[in-house]
Design a binder for this molecule. Structure first.
Ligand SMILES: [Zn+2]
Length: 432
């Protein structure tokens, strides 16, 4: 009996220690900065402030985004730790083959049904754990998901996309941390991506925007320091995909007839999606297979497993995937394509993005190899001291970035109900 009491007492003490540790380390805040389109090699541009963050914190050689390497699917993977087929925001444009509705990017960012699929973004996980959060132009961040919206948000609109300078966004986010005491903020910046698409990687406009972003990062640290927010703040700086210079086009409609297709996404780029008419499905598939040697054609059930782009009812019957730098013309009105493009298989290094971490929980001066962006969500949960929702990533894959051994999440290892259960067992044993 003594032994049982002792064992129960030890377990109780261990659990209590876990909980105390969680409470004492749970004060750190977390800021995720997402810089749309910034490739792993920074396009060989000079970004001294970002590089210094890597020297003072941690840096990964590159990040592997999910497929397709497009903004909304990738950013929702970062937020949820789920592959595209699992979180369901499968495209940059909301679509519904039943109604024929296709939304533009702005309206897709703010379409609740595109994101409220059962997936749980980090700001919802934070809310469920009693923390507060804000999203600044983050896709899906201004709509209700699982009945929850962030405490603060600025929706992603086209006007804001072009007209809100990085410093203005930083000022607003610092104010949220300072005046509203938020625990978590996701800050989005997308102007670099727009300029890359329009002018290419070596244009003066692109280099100017990279300088503006780098200056903004120094300004961010200065502002956080000025308001004594820096020492308790963990910061992640990442991106959703890279870019590559676009090459020649493949005109899909030269190979198949519109009359044989029920529904397609009419945007030109690295990937194409379509539903052939049922009775013409096999013929259309064969015609596409013979269309161009630089275009991969997959029926939904034969898409390579590693792309994780198969098991979701939203995914259309046939996927077309160009090899870079080729571009698919899916529009029936224009052959126009961007100067640079993304969306290709994430195994092409030009599609891979950045990861930097800085703050009290990160190591100093630590560099490591690549990892998948699905691991950022469980890392964020660890930094916030909250339980992750089921996801495709794992803290084990990135725990080397942290300067102390992760807690294996006390909520999972030793939850309060478990503590109560152990106390009950202990008392029961004593009475016996
Ligand atoms: Zn993007």
């Amino acid at each position: 009996m003594t032994c049982l009491v002792y064992t129960s007492a030890v377990l109780f003490c261990q659990c209590t220690i876990f909980i105390i540790l969680q409470a004492s380390s749970g004060g750190d805040k977390l800021l995720l900065v997402l810089l749309d389109g910034l490739r792993y090699d920074l396009f060989n541009a000079d970004m001294p402030n970002l590089k210094q963050i890597g020297i003072d914190g941690v840096k990964a050689d590159m990040i592997l985004p999910p497929f397709p390497t497009k903004s909304i699917p990738s950013m929702y993977t970062t937020a949820t730790g789920l592959y595209t087929e699992s979180h369901g925001a499968v495209n940059n444009n909301y679509y519904d083959p039943e109604t024929g509705i296709i939304l533009d990017y702005e309206h897709t960012c703010n379409a609740s049904e595109w994101f409220d699929t059962g997936a749980e973004p980090i700001w919802v996980s934070a809310n469920f754990s009693g923390l507060t959060s804000g999203t600044y132009m983050y896709p899906g961040g201004s709509v209700e998901i699982k009945g929850v919206r962030p405490n603060k948000d600025v929706a992603n609109t086209e006007w804001r996309w072009y007209n809100l300078p990085f410093r203005k966004r930083i000022d607003d986010v610092v104010t949220w941390f300072r005046d509203d005491d938020l625990d978590l903020v996701l800050l989005y910046h997308g102007q670099l991506d727009t300029i890359l698409h329009a002018t290419g990687m070596e244009s003066s406009e692109t280099m100017d925007m990279i300088s503006e972003i780098d200056d903004g990062l120094a300004y961010l640290l200065d502002e956080l320091n000025e308001y004594n927010l820096l020492e308790d703040m963990n910061i992640i700086i990442t991106s959703d995909h890279g870019h590559t210079t676009a090459g020649d086009v493949i005109r899909v409609w030269d190979c198949i007839s519109e009359n044989d297709v029920d529904f397609w996404i009419p945007f030109n780029g690295a990937v194409g999606y379509l539903n052939p008419k049922l009775e013409r499905r096999e013929e259309v598939y064969q015609q596409l297979k013979e269309c161009h040697h630089e275009m991969n054609v997959y029926k939904k059930d034969e898409t390579p497993d590693y792309l994780h782009y198969k098991y979701n009812e939203r995914i259309l019957d046939i996927l077309l995937l160009a090899n870079p730098p080729w571009n698919l013309v899916m529009s029936n009105t224009t052959n126009e394509t961007s100067v640079t493009e993304h969306g290709y298989d994430f195994l092409h290094s030009e599609m891979q993005s950045i990861f930097y971490g800085y703050g009290p929980r990160f190591k100093v001066g630590y560099e490591r190899g690549s990892f998948e962006s699905v691991n950022i969500y469980p890392l964020m949960c660890e930094l916030l001291g909250i339980s992750p929702s089921p996801c495709n990533g794992s803290l084990d894959n990135v725990s080397d970035l942290l300067d102390v051994t992760p807690s294996s999440n006390p909520n999972v290892v030793c939850s309060i109900p478990l503590v109560l259960f152990l106390i009950l067992v202990s008392l029961t044993n004593v009475n016996i």
